[in-house]
Design a protein around this ligand. Sequence first.
Ligand code: GLU
Ligand code: ZN
Length: 495
Amino acid sequence: MASASSSAPVRVRFCPSPTGNPHVGLVRTALFNWAFARHHGGTLVFRIEDTDAARDSEESYEQLLGAMRWLGFDWDEGPEVGGPHAPYRQSQRMDLYRDVAEKLLEAGHAYRCYCTAEELEERRETARKEGRPSGYDGACRTLTAEQIAAYEAEGRSSIVRFRMPDEPITFTDLVRGELTFTPENVTDYGIVRANGAPLYTLVNPVDDALMEITHVLRGEDLLSSTPRQIALYRALAEIGVGGGLVPSFGHLPYVMGEGNKKLSKRDPQSSLNLYRERGFLPEGLLNYLSLLGWSLSADRDVFSIDEMVAAFDIDGVNANPARFDLKKAEAINADHIRMLDVKAFIEACGPWLRAPHAPWAPERFDTAAFEALAPLAQTRLTVLSDITANVDFLFLDEPVADEASWAKAMKPGADALLTTARAKLAEAEWAAEPLKEAVLAAGEEHGLKLGKAQAPVRVAVTGRTVGLPLFESLEILGRERTLARIDAALAKLAV
Ligand code: GLU
Ligand code: ZN
């Protein structure tokens, strides 16, 4: 039968199950499918695989949609946009799957299996002991009408099992090359539960066939289901379900986390929400995730999504496991923050300048003061949420009380330095350069270099030992508030 040819218009799908929170592995899969579709001028189908009522939730579905929107992905068919193969939520397609299962049974591609869980386990155990493959042994493949009647009379329930062909299955993985699976290792598998509920093993390929998917790009963890699905596609083509194509498969490499273990959904590092809350830019995160198994070129790690789309193809995907490196993700995000124009940067900071992130009273926020300081902050942030601590000294009545910073900067002699600095600042013209001269001169009187002289001033005024360039900060804070804070620090040192 036909396999998706390179000339057919590309149709790919992103088909998550709405369980739990979206994670970075899922985002990488979405990204590679989206970029592949856009690169080839193809169609991205967004499908929700919510056939497991016990695990799926509406909340998780909403989160998935929210995540896709936040990341900037658009889809050509799917929830909210519709399309010729609607509905795109599998929970609304159950009748269709039951119908396909019936047809597979009628055509002999599937059969009812009456084995109980205990019987299956016992036979698996024996097979293991005898060193034979321990998959399903085909016991119900050739039941006679009498045997079936006897089982039914016993009141046994049955699942529907797909009958795998007796020949090996070979396919060319777009990432891994040619792969062959032998029948002993891919045995007949369940496609409908005893209670009549269709399983993922059935509905996923059925929808891929009906939706005429040409390329399946998904994680390597699903590789073992591919020979089963290819056999099922062939059976579907035979019974006239779908367009008769077997899609091409490309399995994206594993992502390794800490300690060279596979990054798991449960790893805090893998939660997409965490990156959103920390203030990753979608373009920064996507740039980083694109490097998990792909690269634009050997010497360029930072690029725009448009550059990725222009360059992305599946043959550039590497089969080796990729390592998730948070530091690198942050560095790339910092580069994307720097690449914004100042206006866009200011806008992107918005959420972190308001409750619940910002600790100041909303009416104390001063847009002009913030915008004056923003360009200095822009070159220093790793994530947008850091903006809050960098500018809070402007909008709080008193600087934050950071005891560690205080202890570090307010060594013996700090009071004398601060007293001199205060006197010189009080006299200075209120602009960054003269303010710097004032603190420099104060330091000289006490035998201190600028760096050492500046530390107590910074902690007195901002509460912290690190922050934005000090003299620009003082200029924007103003003379009155600066001097009042130095006075308050001197008072605290005096007790
Ligand atoms: N719903 C499946 C999952 O989230 C999709 C697998 C596939 O891409 O075929 O694992
Ligand atoms: Zn059986």
